[in-house]
Design a protein around this ligand. Sequence first.
Ligand SMILES: Nc1nc2c(ncn2[C@@H]2O[C@H](COP(=O)(O)OP(=O)(O)OP(=O)(O)O)[C@@H](O)[C@H]2O)c(=O)[nH]1
Ligand SMILES: [Zn+2]
Length: 200
Amino acid sequence: MNDIPRQVDDAEARREKIRKAVTDILVALGEDPTREGLLDTPSRVAKMYMEVFSGLAEDPSEHLKTVFTEDGHDEIVIVKDIAFHTMCEHHLLPFFGKAHIAYLPDGGRLTGLSKLARVVDTLARRPQLQERLTGQIADAMEAVLKPKGVMVLAEARHMCMEMRGIKAHGANTVTLVSRGVFDTDSAKRAETLALLRSTG
Ligand SMILES: Nc1nc2c(ncn2[C@@H]2O[C@H](COP(=O)(O)OP(=O)(O)OP(=O)(O)O)[C@@H](O)[C@H]2O)c(=O)[nH]1
Ligand SMILES: [Zn+2]
């Protein structure tokens, strides 16, 4: 019972810290935080950060606990084109793209297909690096489903590379993690990678 008000208070205290920090940034930029257009900006940014970083308080593997055991079904499962939006931890600017996941079940242990997208969503709602996001998706799959193998391919555009700095417009970053048989069996790895990369 006592946990609920504490969490609410804690969330409000964190929102207030963000509001104050955003006001300080606006002042540092030479803006007038009291002008009409900016009046609610600190509150909006606080609400937005609490939303886009809400995955920090969640355990992604919880989503995978809906396991169906389908004896004899140890064929590869692939879910492609899982869209994600996240924030690069270096600049707090968005990077976004798609994750493609393949796993080879063991002992018939399958999870709901939507749960793979939920894992990606939870991990994306954190300050991230693309390599870490890719690895953490595979970690969650391994921890709960204990598959024979898991492969995760992610492709993304980083706003910190496009709208500032090097301004490499349209650069696409691809990251790949292979575990289990997809790491040790080169034929399976090549076949699965081709399936993950194929379009349509
Ligand atoms: N490996 C990796 N690097 C990233 C990711 N997101 C952003 N970066 C990079 O993080 C690096 C930070 O480099 P720094 O030299 O510390 O920062 P900076 O001066 O803003 O760098 P520039 O972007 O080159 O102007 C940059 O090269 C970014 O492109 C990511 O997901 N993975
Ligand atoms: Zn960045």
